[in-house]
Design a protein around this ligand. Structure first.
Ligand SMILES: Cc1ncc(COP(=O)(O)O)c(C=O)c1O
Length: 439
């Protein structure tokens, strides 16, 4: 009897062991699936890159371009870039730099004059003291963000990202091995992260809070008091912060921009500021952005960049230097035009049936709530989500927008008003016609 029982126990434990081995084999296979057919050529794509979502904004702009090439008039509200040409004195500085022979490698993290000019601008505008060594000039703010996430994330480190979010944050975090933790904000709260939401999202693996103000895609902007309350949670939890301040200069009405690093003492030591010339000076194609951070981190960004890209274009750096140190009237002129368009867009959206939109305090986007229009049929096509809505709007009315789902907010569409008043007028007429055509 005892022998029988012992045999039973032995068989049971062997069975458990077999189950364990089988489960482990399945788990390892899932973690490490066999390479796809392409591996026969030795050129299979890495899992990290294969898992990347393509940029929805760039994809929609591509579709709009295809229609334009086919001879259609397209009202393109998809891309987030100023429609103005780069101011003349900046172009002239680039030409002068070429003629002066500034056509060689520079230091990987940028020329000393530009680093000093960035530091000086932050001192003058925000009272922040950074040494030029704390500034790293990158190939646009997008690359500056990539440097930051790559240098900060170990596998599994969590980066808290409020949604709606700009398309590249989560993808860059994943690429760096980190884990994006998306926290949905409310339209009723102007899409701003609330301190209690932040507190609830913090786990033992939480490392970084990403904050973007003014925001792409919502145009919302935190007040100094709101930033202060988030900063209290950051300080209490010992988080680091990446603050994307690329839309700093594009702020409307009574709204006042403050840099996140200034709202509480001790914050600059735990914050990476990201900024650049793309949006303020209509310089998207020049590819100059930067980080400002504590010195050891700046050195890490510099090292990373020295291995990945070397310096950003030397000529563009001289152009950016002229942008920062030259006359600033051009920024105000462009801002005044964006403000005029924003007023028009706000008033026009208010007349669209069953569409809501928050106040657009900064940047150049309207993030419209189209939830009431989903589940309807447009030109015989049933539309159930924001991606379908945007695609039908493009194919039926030649108006390009970007689906809210790309920004982590289903039921919305983003319209960039960085396009001419004429386009805005005609395009919004067509959006109205589209909405009214639904059955
Ligand atoms: C919020 C935000 N951050 C960063 C960037 C990247 O800017 P850059 O052109 O300097 O790479 C963009 C551009 O669309 C943006 O909207």
């Amino acid at each position: 009897m005892i022998v029988e029982t012992q045999r039973g126990i032995a068989e049971k434990s062997q069975e458990i062991w077999r189950h364990f081995l089988a489960a482990r084999t399945t788990m390892v296979a899932n973690l490490n699936p066999p390479r796809a057919a392409a591996s026969a050529t030795g050129l299979s794509i890495s899992r990290a890159v294969e898992a990347l979502e393509p940029s929805a904004t760039i994809a929609m702009a591509g579709k709009a371009r295809q229609l334009k090439t086919a001879g259609k008039t397209v009202y393109d509200f998809s891309l987030g870039e100023p429609d103005f040409t780069t101011p003349e004195h900046i172009c002239a500085a680039a030409a002068a730099a070429m003629k002066a022979g500034h056509t060689h490698y520079t230091a990987a993290g940028g020329i000393a004059e530009l680093k000093a000019a960035v530091a000086r601008q932050y001192k003058e505008r925000h009272g922040l003291e950074y040494a030029p060594e704390q500034v790293v000039i990158a190939n646009g703010a997008k690359h500056a963000l990539h440097n930051a996430f790559t240098a900060l994330c170990d596998p599994g480190d969590e980066v808290i990202i409020p949604a709606p979010y700009w398309v590249s944050y989560a993808e860059q975090v994943k690429l760096a091995g980190g884990k994006p933790v998306i926290v949905e904000t409310e339209e009723a709260a102007d899409f701003k992260l609330q301190p209690e939401q932040l507190r609830a999202a913090i786990t033992p693996r939480a490392k970084i809070l990403l904050i973007c103000s003014p925001s792409n895609p919502t145009g919302s902007m935190y007040s100094p008091e709101e930033l202060g309350k988030l900063a209290d949670v950051v300080l209490e939890a010992g988080l680091g912060v990446v603050a994307d301040e690329i839309y700093e200069r594009l702020v409307y009405g009574q709204n006042r921009f403050v840099s996140f690093a200034t709202v509480r003492p001790g914050l600059a030591e735990r914050t990476v500021l990201v900024n650049g010339v793309s949006k303020s000076y209509a310089m998207t194609g020049w590819r100059i952005g930067w980080t400002m951070s504590p010195a050891p981190l700046a050195k890490a960004f510099d090292n990373l960049q020295s291995q990945e890209t070397s310096n950003p274009s030397s000529i563009s750096q001289y152009a950016a230097l002229a942008a920062l140190t030259g006359p600033q009237q051009c920024v105000d002129t462009m801002l005044a035009e964006f403000a005029r368009r924003r007023e028009f867009v706000r008033a026009r959206i208010a007349r669209l049936p069953d569409v809501t939109c928050t106040q657009m305090s900064g940047a150049f986007y309207a993030f419209i709530n189209i939830g009431a229009h989903l589940g309807r049929t447009y030109g015989g096509v049933r539309v159930d989500n924001s991606a379908q809505w945007c695609l039908e709007l493009l194919s039926q009315q030649n108006v390009a927008t970007v689906m809210g789902s790309a920004f982590g907010a289903e039921g919305y569409a983003r319209l960039s008003f960085a396009t001419s008043m004429q386009n805005l007028e005609a395009g919004l007429e067509r959006i109205e016609a589209f909405l009214k055509s639904a059955t």
